[in-house]
Design a protein around this ligand. Structure first.
Ligand code: NAD
Length: 463
């Protein structure tokens, strides 16, 4: 079986030399460069992604991950001395190191909404850290699955990397194997299945999940700019983004003006009829189309509302006066509908957020530092972005990941390397102590030894 042969290759140590990791990362880069058109066409076929969006939200992020890893590999992989970090005399003659070691053979499971980026970015970290990799792309983004499965094995070493295609059953078969690490991106529901399966083997996991990411609009913000940035974040990829602003908590007095501004920017971005825009996406499957279009009747349509089943097109839509208990405010929307939830105070917004599962991202539009501090301190979310949407995840000096129901663990840049590495503590113990007649740790003990022990441990009152 493929898994066993990949695992056997890992055990031979093939993936560990830095040179090998560099070669594999460069091969991945070449694979993308040689075949950019195939990747872009596949993204167009699956999601009607524009070239610009494919570059901005898929390919450039992977290139950036690769070049960051190549630039930093030698420093990431070097042992980190911890000797100076310890204030006690106890370790003064020893060398304390943190040595990054690869986990082994890792499984990366990807979703369909950013099918290239979310398959390849984690792999960069896994390879940089010296692991062998099994990739399971999403079966739903069929064209991207086909391209990934056909091209990656031509560039990457087939002894230490493979792509397994398939859906639920195939993934569950993979999950029966004893991987050394599992990196899963997808829904909270399937995240639980993955974690249960991983628990059987005590395999550590990163879970990059979803949820309802709120946006809060305060009256001190530049409303025109807020509308522009929120519309861009919501309607990129037709709303099928894990960190899309799911709904807006907005001071009720701002709703009429905000609605006018957002209508204006939607028209600027996609024209009077977004269905004709080459830059506006489509819903991935008929099932998702049915689910999302069902939300259109759960409130008052303030803008948009048109859906065309044949093309799986849903117009950018703003919903107000949401019906009590409506699904649109229970489910992760994952589509181009923005419910506006009126609030009378920022405290009300905080309560609304903290009463619900912890979101993947929280967006706040304000110019007041005390309001920024309030949300930083009083809410919890995977990440927080002030005065913009989505864009933080392309900054790979910041970790990206969820908290609570939106996931565990994080990646990007060096955080990916750390995610796929076990940071092994290694102590190089001095051999000089006994020669220096330092035998105080051995029995028989006496008062003098106890006092000496307390001194070198910087015991309270004995320093
Ligand atoms: P999903 O959970 O349905 O599928 C993800 C992967 O799991 C796919 O490869 C699929 O084949 C596999 N899978 C599906 N059902 C399975 C099962 N029963 N057992 C084992 N494996 C199974 O997710 P999706 O629909 O592909 O993606 C959408 C979800 O992913 C949304 O909730 C979104 O928020 C989330 N997401 C999160 C991030 C993030 O970075 N946090 C990024 C993108 C998407």
């Amino acid at each position: 079986m493929l898994f066993r042969s990949i695992k056997a290759s890992y055990r031979k140590g093939i993936t560990k030399p830095i040179k090998y990791r560099e070669e594999q990362l460069k091969a991945l880069q070449t694979c993308l460069l040689d075949n950019e058109i195939e990747f872009r066409n596949a993204l167009r076929e699956d999601l009607h992604k524009s070239e610009f969006e494919s570059v901005l939200t898929e390919l450039s992020l992977v290139y950036d991950e690769i070049s960051t890893a190549l630039d930093n590999l030698s420093s990431w992989t070097s042992s980190k001395s911890q000797s100076k970090a310890h204030p006690k005399y106890m370790w003064a003659l020893d060398s304390l190191q943190l040595v990054p070691e690869p986990y082994g053979t890792v499984l990366v499971i990807a979703p369909w909404n950013y099918p290239v980026q979310l398959a390849l970015s984690p792999i960069v970290g896994a390879i940089a850290a010296g692991n062998a990799v099994v990739l399971k792309p999403s079966e739903i983004s069929k064209a991207c699955e086909r391209v990934l499965a056909a091209l990656l094995p031509k560039y990457l070493d087939e002894d230490t990397f493979c792509v397994v295609t398939g859906a639920k059953e195939e993934t569950q078969k993979l999950l029966e194997q004893k991987f050394d690490y599992i990196f899963f991106t997808g829904s909270t529901k399937v995240g639980k299945i993955v974690m249960k399966a991983a628990a059987e083997h005590l395999t550590p996991v990163t879970l990059e999940l979803g949820g309802k990411s709120p946006v809060i609009i305060d009256d001190s913000c530049d409303l025109e700019q807020a509308a522009q940035r929120i519309a861009w974040g919501k309607f990129t990829n037709a709303g099928q983004t894990c960190v899309a602003p799911d709904y807006a908590l907005i001071l009720s007095s701002l709703i009429p003006r905000f609605t006018e501004e957002i209508k204006k920017v939607i028209t600027e971005m996609f024209g009077e009829d977004p269905q004709q825009s080459k830059d506006y996406g489509r819903i991935i499957t008929q099932d998702h189309f049915e689910r999302i279009s069902g939300y259109l009747s759960q409130g008052e349509v303030l803008y948009g509302g048109h859906a065309d089943s044949e093309e799986r097109y849903i117009q950018p839509t703003i919903l107000g006066s949401i019906k009590q208990g409506a699904d649109v405010m229970q489910d992760e929307i994952f589509g181009p509908i923005l419910p506006l939830i009126p609030i009378e105070s920022l405290d009300e917004a905080v309560s609304f957020i903290v009463e619900r599962p912890k979101p993947l991202a929280l967006y706040l539009f304000t110019s007041k530092s005390e309001v920024k501090k309030k949300f930083e301190l009083e809410t919890s979310s995977g990440s927080m972005l002030i005065n913009d949407t989505l864009i933080h995840l392309s900054c790979n000096t910041l970790p990206f990941g969820g908290v609570g129901d939106s996931g565990m663990g994080a990646y990007h840049g060096e955080y990916s390397f750390k995610t796929f590495s076990h940071m092994k503590p290694v102590m190089h113990k001095t051999t000089k102590l006994e020669k220096l007649n330092e035998k105080f740790r051995y029995p028989p003990y006496d008062e003098k030894k106890l006092s000496h022990l307390q001194t070198i441990l910087r015991y309270p009152g004995k320093q």
